[in-house]
Design a protein around this ligand. Structure first.
Ligand code: AMP
Ligand code: FE
Ligand code: FE
Ligand code: ZN
Length: 294
């Protein structure tokens, strides 16, 4: 039997391979009835996704995935049931996207200075939504400098590579606040991958206090034992165990769309929490001004 819930997916509005309509079609074909679209830093795919979902009778949960940084570490925070059209929320997302544009331009400049000739315009074209390193990697591959995306990261734009430029630093707490400012529900994404089990306990109380309500427990290829461990942590900290595939299209992450069992209880608990917030005045939040990278 197919799994009918998938709460973690990406489209071309960030670094997924399929446009929202196609993603929804594929989800429908795979037997997914409840799908959250969670593009990185972007809600640009949600309007199209919603329309496709209505035709296909798929229940679409408006979501997002915010990447946050703590020193060398990253934590990704998922947001669900966002009232994403709120202007203040969109203004904050624009701050993040604009910072990504400047950072992308800077990476291309660094590459050019190192004799690697790819064009910013091309990177921009490859990124239909928010610009990221995957788009720079594609441009490097197209231009023949590398033969795979992985090689582009290893040689040029990985964390310790010569053309790497860090992102706008959003803290994990601010990622939670930002999601809450659109009445959304925040959940930590793939906790074993980032920040890792060793550090997880250190993060949960603070993020819980900041308003985080979920922990992505049923994730991609996590083993039964890992799921059990995460479930125990979710229970201990009063968090809702969520789950999904992190599907980006073939060849990016290993789990196919709908290829991860997520219990109905996850979505029921999220819905109950979302219903309490819907239409109420959300807590206001303003991002700190971006620090320009030199
Ligand atoms: P960015 O947010 O622009 O820094 O890009 C991060 C994205 O790049 C991640 O979400 C991954 O999808 C992708 N990524 C990171 N490291 C690698 C890698 N070594 N190989 C392929 N893709 C990667
Ligand atoms: Fe991604
Ligand atoms: Fe992620
Ligand atoms: Zn993701």
């Amino acid at each position: 039997m197919a799994n009918y819930i998938d709460l973690h997916t990406h489209s071309t509005a960030s670094d997924g391979l399929y446009p929202p309509t196609e993603l929804l079609q594929r989800a429908h074909e795979a037997g997914v009835h409840i799908l959250a679209l969670t593009d990185h830093d972007s809600t640009e795919g949600l309007a199209e996704a919603k329309e496709a979902a209505e035709h296909l009778h798929v229940d679409l949960i408006p979501g997002i995935e915010l990447n946050s940084d703590v020193g060398e570490r990253e934590i990704h925070v998922l947001g669900y049931f966002l009232e994403y059209q709120r202007p203040e929320f969109q203004a904050m997302l624009k701050v993040l996207r604009d910072a990504r544009v400047r950072r992308g331009e800077r990476m291309v400049e660094l590459l050019n200075e190192q004799g690697i000739h790819i064009r910013w315009e091309r990177v921009r074209e490859l990124a239909q939504g928010s610009v990221g390193r995957p788009h720079v990697a594609k441009a490097l591959m197209e231009a023949g400098y590398v033969s795979s995306i992985g090689e582009a990261f290893d040689k040029y734009i990985g964390k310790h590579s010569p053309a790497y430029v860090p992102r706008y630093k959003l803290t994990p707490e601010d990622a939670v606040h930002l999601i809450n400012s659109a009445n959304g529900l925040a959940a930590m994404a793939h906790p074993i991958t980032l920040p890792g089990l060793d550090e997880l306990r250190g993060w949960l109380p603070g993020l819980r206090a900041a308003g985080m309500v979920g922990l992505e427990t049923y994730y991609g290829q996590y083993t039964e034992q890992e799921v059990e461990e995460l479930h125990a942590l979710a229970d201990e900290y009063g968090l809702i165990p969520t789950g999904g595939t992190d599907y980006h299209g073939p060849g990016i992450h290993p789990t196919p769309l709908g290829g991860r069992y997520v219990p109905a209880e996850s979505i029921e608990r999220l819905r109950t929490e979302a219903a309490k917030r819907r239409g109420t005045n959300p807590p206001q939040f303003k991002l700190p001004a971006p620090v320009e990278e030199s």
